[in-house]
Design a protein around this ligand. Structure first.
Ligand code: ZN
Length: 77
């Protein structure tokens, strides 16, 4: 990974340290910290999209479950 000029970064947990890489892990709380502030925001946005995709998948599975199992099962009663 490319080396950058050392820069002091403050983590969300308040721990301050110097990094020379684009991405680093906080020694205190183990959260990722980013050299560039905008990459941190991109990461948060990506995380949000992953949650949204997971939520969509769960909703779809729930729909399939109701459609394929619950409705045919209840129509047998
Ligand atoms: Zn931290």
């Amino acid at each position: 990974m490319e080396r950058l000029p050392p820069k002091e970064i403050q983590c969300d947990c308040g721990h301050t340290f110097t990094i020379d890489r684009r991405r680093y892990w906080c020694e205190k709380c183990a959260n990722p910290v980013y050299y560039y502030e905008n990459e941190k925001n991109t990461h948060k946005w990506n995380t949000f999209l992953i949650y949204l995709a997971a939520l969509g998948a769960i909703s779809f599975l729930a729909y399939v479950f109701i459609e394929m199992i619950v409705i045919p099962w209840s129509s047998l009663q």
